[in-house]
Structures are given as structure tokens and as C-alpha cells.
Design a protein around this ligand. Structure first.
Ligand code: IMP
Ligand code: MG
Length: 171
């Protein structure tokens, strides 16, 4: 039996917000070339839709990391793949699906600067509104602020399931 999933953000709302976000990002960078780094697997669908609407010239690379096991943050980051393109002195736009504890983003940003990145900006589809403050203040570009629920769809999973839902929902 499928768990019942309640829509939090509709397919239509996602599409509209991504258009605005892409315009904001394109206006910010102009014609300056950027390196987009997408965090797999969660951000792949968001990234695919977003970059097709960004007009700034870009290179694309990906990195696979994991910090969650059985729906709970483990705190440590495991790299499941390496970067293919050099990041030294590059302007990087890091794209992830959701900002929860901020642990993943904070560690990835620190890692990129260690590798010599010139600048790292962080773009996230969903920013969970937590009670306690997190280490990373906020993303540079945010799609939606959402209440503190476990969400799935549009790339986000629960044990690798529901990534293909065209909307974002609460289990
Ligand atoms: P953080 O390190 O706690 O900020 O968590 C970030 C990562 O955990 C994200 O990249 C997601 O892959 C995963 N994550 C956090 N919250 C959720 C959720 O509500 N649904 C699905 N994945 C989540
Ligand atoms: Mg993730």
C-alpha cells in the first residue's frame, strides 16, 4: 500500500518559481561564466529544470553525497563520487534540493573552498524553517521556505522512493 501523500507545492507553483529563480540567477551573474555543481541525487530534477532557464553561460558537474540514513541526519558527509571539473578559482553555483540542518551545504561549501574555489554561492529549492538556528545562515538563492516536515517528490526521496513525483508532498 502507498502512503498517502499530501501536496505541499504543486507542479505549477514549482514551474513558476523556477522561472523567477532562473531570472534572478541570470541577472546576478550576467555573462560571467559559472560552474554549476549539483548535489545528486536529490537536486537532479530541480537542476535540470533550473539550468535550462538560466541564460548565463555555465559548465555543469555533479557530486554525490549522503548524510541521511533511514530518514535521519547522520551528521557526517559521505562522498559517493568525485568532481570531474577543476574548481580552482572558479565561480561556483552549488545546487541542492533542501536545506535542513545545513550540515551538507556547510561541509560542501568548506570542501569547495579547500579545493581553491574562487567563490561559492548556494542555491536551494527548499529551505526548511527550523526552530533552532543553523550553522549556515541562508542560501543565496532559495526556491521556497517550507515548514519543518519530511517532504518527498521532485527529486526528493524517502529511501530512494518518490523522486519521480512531479510535485512536492508530505508523507
Ligand atoms: P542537511 O544536511 O540536514 O541540511 O540535509 C540536507 C540533505 O538531506 C538534503 O540534501 C536531502 O538530500 C536530505 N533531506 C533533508 N530533509 C529532507 C526531506 O524532508 N526530504 C528528503 N530529503 C531530505
Ligand atoms: Mg541531498
Amino acid at each position: 500500500m502507498e502512503n498517502k501523500i499530501q501536496t505541499l507545492i504543486s507542479q505549477n507553483a514549482i514551474e513558476q518559481r523556477i522561472g523567477d529563480l532562473a531570472a534572478e540567477i541570470s541577472a546576478h551573474y550576467g555573462n560571467e561564466e559559472i560552474l554549476v555543481l549539483t548535489v545528486l541525487n536529490g537536486a537532479m530534477i530541480f537542476t535540470a529544470d533550473l539550468i535550462r532557464r538560466i541564460t548565463t553561460p555555465l559548465h555543469l558537474d555533479s557530486i554525490a553525497v549522503a548524510s541521511y540514513e533511514n530518514n535521519a541526519s547522520t551528521g557526517k558527509l559521505t562522498f559517493r563520487s568525485q568532481l570531474k571539473l577543476p574548481v580552482a578559482n572558479r565561480k561556483i553555483l552549488l545546487i541542492d534540493d533542501i536545506l535542513d540542518t545545513g550540515n551538507t551545504a556547510q561541509r560542501l561549501i568548506a570542501y569547495l573552498y579547500e579545493q581553491g574555489a574562487g567563490e561559492v554561492k548556494f542555491c536551494v529549492l527548499l529551505d526548511k524553517q527550523l526552530e533552532q538556528s543553523r550553522q549556515i545562515s541562508a542560501a543565496d538563492f532559495t526556491g521556497f521556505k517550507i515548514p519543518n516536515h519530511y517532504v518527498v517528490g521532485y527529486g526528493l526521496d524517502a529511501d530512494e522512493k518518490y523522486r519521480n513525483l512531479p510535485f512536492i508532498g508530505i508523507i
